[in-house]
Design a protein around this ligand. Structure first.
Ligand code: Z5A
Length: 207
């Protein structure tokens, strides 16, 4: 594969989508083909799975079901959108990927790493991001940003601060374990400063 696979991660409201759009614009200016996408979702079928897993309903969603739905969406997304784009040489900028599963279903819900690794091997064998930008900020800062927006919280966004503390801790653990791929960016700074830090990592990858 000749393209570049870049994922952005972090807890809700930390500024991932804002930065993804800025990085997309700069890559396009530089003459690259860029595909921006998100998880769960990114294809018609995967977006339908996203709606199922995020909607707030009467019936409980056990962690195992949440985990399997995330990977069902990811298997479709990887096969039908991410791999074809990488094979044509595009830059793929993806808002969340398998690190989110380790952080949310692992750190947040208590699913073991071994179960997640087994499903990752099944859903996207051999496909790992070239670079992951982990936007990091204290939970209070990120949730205040997220809750400043108009839209209602979905099922996972409605979790407690303690849940998001566990998710953040797991993300930071992933970054410590894989520092060459996962770059932690201080997302408490203003939007331009965060973008400059993120862009330096893309430049190292050939942007
Ligand atoms: N999930 C999961 O559990 N397991 C998985 O495997 C996967 C996902 C893949 C959907 O994710 C949910 O799925 C998510 C995890 C779960 N649930 N939660 N929580 P999503 O990525 O679609 O949704 P999200 O995490 O809730 O993203 P978000 O709320 O859109 O946040 P964001 O993209 O990081 O933030 P933003 O929209 O760019 O910015 C938020 C606000 O802050 C906005 O008003 C900005 O203008 C403002 N902002 C941005 N940057 C700054 C700076 N630097 N300073 C000040 N204000 C800023």
């Amino acid at each position: 594969m000749t393209g570049r696979f870049v994922t952005v991660e972090g807890i809700e409201g930390v500024g991932k989508s804002t930065q993804l759009e800025r990085l997309r614009a700069r890559l396009v200016e530089g003459g690259h083909e860029v595909v921006t996408t998100r998880e769960p979702g990114g294809t018609p079928l995967a977006e339908r799975i996203r709606a199922l897993v995020l909607e707030r309903g009467e019936e409980g969603v056990p962690p195992a079901a949440e985990l399997l739905l995330m990977f069902a969406a990811r298997a479709v997304h990887t096969a039908n959108r991410i791999r074809p784009a990488l094979e044509r040489g595009a830059w793929v900028l993806c808002d969340r990927y398998t690190d989110a599963t380790y952080a949310y279903q692992g750190g947040g819900r208590g699913v073991g790493d071994a179960s997640i690794a087994a499903l990752a091997g099944l859903a996207h064998p051999g496909l790992q991001p070239d670079l992951t930008l982990l936007f990091d900020a204290p939970v209070g800062v990120a949730l205040a940003r997220a809750r400043g927006r108009a839209q209602a919280a979905d099922r996972i966004e409605s979790e407690t601060s303690i849940f998001f503390e566990r998710v953040r801790a797991k993300y930071l653990e992933i970054a410590r374990r894989d520092p060459d791929r996962v770059r932690v960016i201080d997302a408490t700074r203003d939007t331009d400063a965060v973008e400059a830090a993120a862009w330096r990592h893309l430049a190292e990858l050939g942007a």
